[in-house]
Write a protein that binds this ligand. Structure first.
Ligand code: NAP
Ligand code: MG
Length: 401
């Protein structure tokens, strides 16, 4: 059989530990036999990041902006223990943080649904995609612990010297204070990323804040979304048969629990942090969660939502057998290849991605899976496979399809 040809390279970002091992297996077994892979390879493994003073991360983000689509393996974010383990020159920043800052993106996370791994919320029939704003609010706050009586004020001093001053509270006794901010530019980028992704995936978009209580701060989020929607997306949404729905955050939470799913839930930074963990655990497993960073200019970076699975890697190093789930990493590859196919008009590449995803799901539904899924499945008599055999089983399913 002839391999599928590509025209534009995919930016490939290799990573660390167990996911680096899976990365090679996925390429060798599931991609290279079928696709004449054109990729621009960047090694984001910690050793090479250290060797290049993290320049390789910056280079990979620049290549992503140039070509438009990247696929990324999980990477170590160094901490004190990693400094000694890898003899690092510096505690390099999180590659995801660096890439996100350069692409100015929004992260969308969606569960991969298979029969036999049922969500805890029994009416969720379709995936719920979380879109989290990744800038500002409480994540860039300034705080004061007040230890005596006094007056707290919010002061803005403009460059021209004029001042706006609001009383926060007159303290009669100790208490606490917090200052937070956001920018119209960041909220605008977030809104565009959400509207574009909704159109791209043909799903309704929900957004919620607490604008009734926060009449300027949260209301600004609501207004910016509405203005952009009315001016640039309302007609496109109508044509695509999808809708934009705004409500209060508490109402959204109540509705999400009763809904069937199949929509994108855009969340402010804190809401997204909390709700994405709730949604992902309710859908079953972090190893079944995809993640894509979408920039307002339409650049896409696909990855798995989980980390490098360090504990399994140490077992692997000791020569012990591992049963690490490669589904989210496979879907990162299929997501990226499909997007490349769409942008370059290569139907065969999109079909390949669809078929490989279907084969992955079918393998699990046929009762062949890794240990993490075997522990939570409702299927009977399942076969637990090791890391390599699971990938080989997917290949066998694919070839038989
Ligand atoms: P992790 O790699 O997500 O793994 C945590 C635990 O979750 C594992 O020990 C395993 O549980 C389970 N798990 C996660 N993915 C799995 C998979 N594919 N198959 C089976 N089980 C899976 O998180 P971590 O161990 O806290 O972090 C390890 C490294 O990853 C850290 O250095 C961190 O900086 C990095 N990290 C990177 C990213 C990223 O690049 N996007 C994201 C998060 C963390 P059991 O041990 O019980 O089997
Ligand atoms: Mg969190």
């Amino acid at each position: 059989m002839e391999k599928i040809q590509m025209t534009t390279p995919l930016v490939e970002m290799d990573g660390d530990e167990m996911t680096r091992i899976l990365w090679k297996m996925i390429k060798d077994e599931l991609i290279l036999p079928y696709v004449d892979l054109k990729s621009e390879y960047y090694d984001l493994g910690l050793e090479y990041r250290n060797e290049t003073n993290d320049q390789v991360t910056v280079d990979s983000a620049e290549a992503t902006m140039k070509y438009g689509v990247a696929v990324k393996c999980a990477t170590i974010t160094p901490n004190a223990a990693r400094m000694t383990e890898y003899n690092l020159k510096e505690m390099w920043k999180s590659p995801n943080g660096t890439i996100r800052a350069m692409l100015d993106g929004t992260v969308f996370r969606a569960p991969i649904i298979v029969k036999g791994i049922e969500p805890c919320v029994k009416n969720w029939e379709k995936p719920i995609t979380l879109a989290r704003h990744a800038y500002g609010d409480v994540y860039k706050n300034t705080e004061i612990k007040v230890d005596k009586p006094g007056k707290a004020e919010l002061v803005f001093t403009a460059e021209d010297g004029t001042e706006v001053r609001e009383l926060i509270h007159t303290f009669k006794a100790p208490g606490i204070l917090q200052g937070i901010h956001n920018t119209d530019a960041s909220i605008t980028s977030f809104a565009h990323a959400c509207f574009k992704y909704a159109l791209d995936t043909k799903q309704d978009l929900w957004f919620a804040t607490k604008d009734t209580i926060s009449k300027k701060y949260d209301h600004n989020f609501k207004d910016i979304f509405q203005e952009i929607y009315d001016a640039e997306y309302a007609e496109q949404f109508k044509a695509a048969g999808i809708s934009y729905f705004y409500t209060l955050i508490d109402d959204a939470v109540a509705r999400v629990m009763k809904d069937k799913g199949g929509f994108i839930w855009a969340c402010k930074n804190y809401d997204g942090d909390v709700m994405s963990d709730m949604v992902s655990s309710a859908f079953g497993s972090l190893a079944m969660m995809t993640s894509v960073l979408v920039s307002p200019s339409g650049v896409y970076e696909y990855e798995a939502a989980h980390g490098t699975v360090q504990r399994h890697y140490y077992k692997h190093l000791k020569g012990e057998e591992t049963s690490t789930n490669s589904v989210a990493t496979i879907f990162a590859w299929t997501g990226a290849l499909r997007k490349r196919g769409e942008l370059d008009n290569i139907a065969a590449l999109c079909e390949f991605a669809d078929k490989l995803e279907a084969a992955t799901v079918k393998t699990i539904e046929d009762g062949k899976m890794t240990k993490d899924l075997a522990a939570i499945t409702s299927l009977k008599d399942v076969t637990v496979l090791n890391s390599a055999d699971f990938i080989k089983a997917i290949r066998a399913t694919y070839d038989a399809m």
